[in-house]
Write a protein that binds this ligand. Structure first.
Ligand code: GLY
Length: 579
């Protein structure tokens, strides 16, 4: 009897334990990323930020923790980086933001790219029949009307829950009270001293009174920038585009052969555009349309390779890298002719992202040899594009996502600070083709799409991207890197979608870059010598291990968890999960 009683009791315990355990498993699942990839992502349950600089990342994370949405956090990060990451964070530059809004199930692309002045013309930098590089890169004439303030304000006013004033507040405090200089900023300022030190306003901010450098841990204050941020807090975007800040920028321009006037500032327009959309093996991709060339050419390359079983060829195998290089060669050849400002030039986006066109150009790739770039589309060389830009990704617990890339073009822009504003000026107009109507060595006249004209936006490569799975944001990513951005984002996306890597591994694997002209592939270190030997035998020209490519900030959402990673190629970046 006693034995029977004991048996019943044990059986009841086992049944109860099994039921409770099963319920617990229904209710939650442990984080699940593939650790076989060798890299481990940051994990969060209620949102994630991934940013190039830690102080700004913490500001974004705090906003998410308090219940703000991804757009609130993104705008606050954007303004904070203008203070803490003056290499590329800015209010004197511009960029692009792709936003997914969960409640409307809508995705928008905000174009806050800089715009040229009313006095701009296609041969602005041509002096004595030659492009004057100093004028194109390091003068006030290289600056477009900045778009960042208008872009962040539109995002926050239309899609945020906080006020413009509230998202500016942390940046204002950081500029006014200062922040501790971190190692990478110390290094950047020391390296850029010749340029920044030559501009009186910038020199006063970024170096001490005796001319010496700020060291790690010392406090950097930016009083004029605090004044500008406060103007915007008190008077909105009008302060920047029509009020006292506009007056100071226009006065600085007028006194130094710059072109931007009060009228140009007031004429600035931010655009909401339809994202350029693509699909890849069941995933949907929403990314930036023109004037960025990034989105359409990334989708073009993915379309070209969708029917190749790259996974069985192997990640970074010679066969896969050969296909990557040949797809890049084609995409960048097309880019040289067709990318520019859509308000001025009819860009054949539909053709570029068309799957039939992709199949046609894929069929032209021989599997056994490298092509010569002149076989693909002979025309002129592309101009140098600076790799200094910055990207951040944000996701919140409500299902909203923001992918933002913005820039001053070069690190610290043209190195000039508009007097009495604390605002570093961009040199984005260097992204125009400077001699568009002159025949090149092959006799081709090209570049109309990207010729400078009044109030036009220069072509960009920025590729802020959101990938969807089952209609929900799955991967948020983007990178700096000038012309290399498209290839970095393409490989990061392929690492996740095609090769099933977790986001940390996808961000860390060696990358390659080919831009059609010059006919040369840059290959990061970490690719095997055997692979390099095969590529060389196929006729590929490459330089190996000479530099790093890009610096991604990415987030993946799957099965109730956010997984984030910043690029191991960056110092002082941060990815913070909200729990
Ligand atoms: N200035 C770099 C880019 O817009 O892509």
């Amino acid at each position: 009897m006693q034995k029977l009683f004991k048996f019943i009791l044990i059986t009841m315990h086992v049944v109860a334990f099994t039921a409770i355990h099963a319920r617990a498993q229904d209710e939650y699942q442990l984080p699940n990323y593939s650790s076989r990839d060798g890299f481990v992502p940051v994990v969060g349950k209620n949102g994630m930020v991934s940013v190039r600089e830690t102080i700004a990342a913490k500001i974004g994370a705090e906003i998410l923790e308090k219940g703000g949405n991804a757009v609130d956090a993104a705008a606050a990060i954007g303004f904070a980086l203008a203070v803490t990451y003056p290499q590329a964070g800015n209010i004197g530059g511009g960029g692009f933001m792709v936003v997914h809004l969960a409640d409307k199930n809508e995705t928008v692309a905000i174009d806050y790219r800089e715009m040229s002045a009313g006095k701009a013309r296609h041969d602005l930098y041509v002096v004595d029949d030659k492009v004057d590089q100093k004028l194109a890169k390091y003068s006030r004439q290289s600056s477009g009307v900045p778009g960042t303030v208008a872009g962040m304000a539109l995002a926050i006013e239309k899609y945020g829950t906080m006020s413009l004033q509230d998202v500016l507040e942390p940046a204002y405090r950081l500029a006014k009270d200062g922040f501790e200089v971190y190692t990478q900023l110390e290094m950047s300022l020391a390296r850029s001293k010749e340029r920044l030190g030559a501009d009186p306003a910038a020199a006063k901010v970024f170096y001490k009174a005796d001319g010496s450098n700020y060291r790690t841990g010392e406090i950097l204050k930016q009083e004029d920038l605090a004044w500008s941020l406060k103007q915007i807090m008190d008077n909105g975007t009008d302060a920047f585009y029509k009020g006292e800040i506009a007056e100071r920028i226009a006065a600085d321009m007028a006194a130094n052969d710059g072109l931007i006037t009060m009228d140009d500032m007031a004429a600035y327009k931010v655009y909401e555009r339809e994202p350029v959309m693509g699909t890849y093996k069941g995933y949907t991709i929403a990314t930036m349309p023109p004037p960025s060339s990034g989105g359409m050419h990334m989708i073009q390359m993915m379309n070209m390779l969708e029917n190749d079983d790259l996974k069985s060829k192997g990640h970074n195998s010679a066969a896969t890298l050969h296909l990557y290089i040949e797809s890049m060669r084609q995409a960048y050849a097309d880019r040289s002719l067709y990318a520019g400002d859509p308000s001025f030039f009819d860009i054949p986006v539909d053709k570029i992202i068309d799957k039939e066109y992709a199949a046609e150009i894929r069929a032209r790739i021989p599997m056994d040899r490298a092509r010569d770039s002149s076989e693909v589309a002979p025309t002129k060389n592309l101009a140098y594009e600076s790799p200094e830009t910055t990207h951040f990704s944000v996701m919140d617990k409500y299902g909203n996502a923001v992918s933002n890339t913005y820039t001053l073009n070069f690190g610290f822009g043209n190195g000039i600070m508009a007097a009495n504003t604390g605002i570093l000026l961009n040199n984005e107009l260097d992204d125009f083709d400077h001699e568009p109507y002159k025949p090149d060595a092959n006799g081709n006249i090209s570049g109309k799409a990207n010729a400078q004209e009044p109030h036009k936006r220069p072509r960009s490569s920025m590729t802020p991207t959101i990938v969807f799975k089952d209609d929900k944001p799955f991967l948020i990513t983007g990178s700096p890197g000038g012309g290399t951005i498209i290839n970095t984002v393409f490989q990061t996306v392929m690492n996740v979608l095609e090769f099933d890597m977790n986001v940390a591994a996808a961000s860390s694997k060696p990358r390659i870059n080919h831009q059609w002209m010059p006919d040369m592939t840059t290959i990061e270190s970490g690719v095997s010598q055997d692979t390099l030997n095969i590529l060389k035998d196929m006729g590929h020209k490459f330089n190996y291990g000479s530099r790093t490519l890009g610096s991604t900030n990415s987030i993946v959402y799957r099965d109730g968890y956010f997984y984030g990673a910043h690029d191991p190629r960056s110092m002082n970046a941060a990815t913070i999960g909200i729990n």
